[in-house]
Design a binder for this molecule. Structure first.
Ligand code: SF4
Length: 400
C-alpha cells in the first residue's frame, strides 16, 4: 500500500537560504538601474526603452524559488520536475545544473517514482490524472501551481458542477490548458471545448447559432476539434449551456472577443430570456499577463520606436502574445534568448506571421539615431535582458 504523500504548497522555509543563488542566477543590477532611470537607457545614437512591466511574473518567481528550496531541503533525495517548470530554456538548464531531473526527458521514461522521491509541480499546474498518479506513488510533492491558474480551475470546476460546458480560450496542447480542461472532468457530466482563436470560436458559434447540426456538419465539427474536446463531447448537446474561461496567458483582447462571440451565439439561438441560464464568462487572464500586455501597448502609443525586441521562449504563450501586439505597430523580433542577436546585421527570431524561426538581415538601422523598445515574457529573467542591452549597445556602436 502506498503511503500518503506530503505536499508543500507554501514553500519549504528556506527562502533566505536560496535568495543568494537566485539573485546570482537571474537578477540584473543594470536592469534595476535602467528602471530607476525611467525605463530609459541612452548611449550615442541608441535609445533603449523598456516596457514598464516585463520579465518574471509573481507565479514564475515563486515556482523557481520553491524549486531551489526543494533541492536545498532534500539534498539526499531525487528531486524531479514533471516537465519544464516554466517555458525558458535558460531557467530549466539552471535547474538541471542543480541536479533536478525532468520526468519528460527520454532517459527518465522508465523511472518508477516512489515515496523517497520529491516531485515539483510547475507554475501552470498538472492534470488531475497526473496528480493522482504522483500522490498514488507516495511522492513528496512541491506544488508551485500559480494562484491565478487555481482561479481558472475554480471557475471551470464550478461550470462543470452546474452543468455548463467549459469553453476555454487557449492552446489545447499547452500544459496549463490541459490541466484546466482536466478540472472540467471532475464533475460526472463535465465537458470542455478548447478554442485557439477567433476563427475557431466562429466555427463553434456558427454551430450553436444554427441549431442541431446535420450529420455532415456534426462530423466536421468533431473532426476539427478532435484534440480539443472532452471524451463523448456531443456538439448538439454540450454547446447548449456554456461557460467561458481562458488560459491565463492569452491575448486579453482576443479572449474578450471570444467570450462576446459565444454570448451572441447563445443569444441568437435561444433568445435574450435564456441568456443568463445558458451563458457565463469569467476573464481569467492573470494580472501579470494583462500588465505586460498593457505596458507594451502604452510604450508603443507614447514613444517613437523603430523596432521592438521581445525576449522569451518560442513556446511561451505570453511572450508570443506580446510579440503579436508589437508586430501590429512596428517591426518586431521575438528572440528566444540573447543568442538571437547573432551580430549587428543578423538576427534569429520567431516571425509573428509565419510562427517559425527565421534569420533576418539588417534588423538594426546602420546609421542615425535608433530607438529600440524592449520587453520580455513572464519566464525570462532580467539577467538575460541585460545581455540583450549590452549586445545592443555594442552593435549600435559597431555600425556607427
Ligand atoms: S503567467 Fe500568470 S498565471 Fe502564469 S505563472 Fe505567471 S502570474 Fe501565474
Amino acid at each position: 500500500m502506498s503511503s500518503s504523500p506530503v505536499i508543500f504548497r507554501r514553500g519549504l522555509d528556506l527562502k533566505h537560504e536560496v535568495a543568494g543563488v537566485l539573485a546570482e542566477s537571474y537578477h540584473s543590477d543594470l536592469i534595476d538601474q535602467i528602471k530607476a532611470a525611467g525605463y530609459r537607457f541612452e548611449t550615442g545614437r541608441l535609445t533603449i526603452l523598456l516596457a514598464h512591466e516585463f520579465g518574471f511574473c509573481y507565479g514564475v518567481d515563486r515556482a523557481v524559488d520553491y524549486a531551489y528550496q526543494a533541492r536545498r531541503r532534500f539534498p539526499d533525495r531525487s528531486v524531479f520536475l514533471t516537465g519544464e517548470i516554466i517555458h525558458n530554456p535558460h531557467v530549466n538548464d539552471q535547474l538541471r545544473a542543480q541536479g533536478i531531473r525532468f520526468l519528460t526527458d527520454p532517459i527518465e521514461s522508465e523511472t518508477a517514482l516512489g515515496p523517497s522521491d520529491v516531485v515539483i509541480l510547475p507554475a501552470f499546474g498538472v492534470t488531475v490524472e497526473e496528480l493522482q498518479r504522483l500522490t498514488g506513488a507516495g511522492c513528496t510533492l512541491v506544488d508551485t501551481t500559480c494562484g491565478s491558474v487555481l482561479n481558472v480551475w475554480k471557475n471551470v470546476s464550478r461550470f462543470a458542477r452546474e452543468g455548463f460546458t467549459s469553453v476555454i480560450h487557449g492552446k489545447y496542447w499547452h500544459e496549463e490548458t490541459r490541466a484546466t480542461a482536466s478540472q472540467a472532468l471532475r464533475a460526472p457530466s463535465g465537458h470542455y471545448l478548447v478554442v485557439l482563436d477567433r476563427a475557431e470560436a466562429a466555427v463553434a458559434c456558427q454551430y450553436i447559432a444554427g441549431g442541431p447540426g446535420s450529420p455532415a456538419s456534426r462530423a466536421a465539427f468533431l473532426e476539427r476539434f478532435s484534440n480539443a474536446i472532452s471524451p463523448g463531447f456531443d456538439p448538439d448537446e454540450h454547446l447548449s449551456q456554456v461557460g467561458c474561461a481562458n488560459q491565463t496567458t492569452m491575448l486579453s483582447t482576443e479572449s474578450v472577443a471570444v467570450g462576446d462571440m459565444f454570448r451572441e451565439a447563445i443569444r441568437a439561438r435561444y433568445g435574450e430570456a435564456q441568456l443568463a441560464a445558458r451563458f457565463r464568462a469569467f476573464d481569467t487572464i492573470c494580472s501579470a499577463t494583462q500588465d505586460r500586455q498593457d505596458a507594451v501597448v502604452q510604450l508603443l502609443a507614447e514613444k517613437p520606436i523603430d523596432l521592438m525586441l521581445v525576449i522569451g521562449g518560442y513556446n511561451s504563450s505570453n511572450t508570443c502574445n506580446l510579440a503579436r501586439i508589437c508586430a501590429e505597430k512596428v517591426p518586431t523580433y521575438h528572440i528566444a534568448n540573447p543568442d538571437g542577436l547573432m551580430s549587428a546585421r543578423a538576427i534569429r527570431y520567431r516571425s509573428v506571421s509565419s510562427k517559425s524561426e527565421v534569420v533576418g538581415e539588417g534588423w538594426l538601422p546602420a546609421e542615425g539615431s535608433v530607438s529600440v523598445g524592449l520587453t520580455s515574457g513572464a519566464s525570462t529573467p532580467d539577467n538575460l535582458v541585460e545581455v540583450v542591452v549590452r549586445k545592443l549597445v555594442d552593435y549600435a556602436h559597431t555600425l556607427s
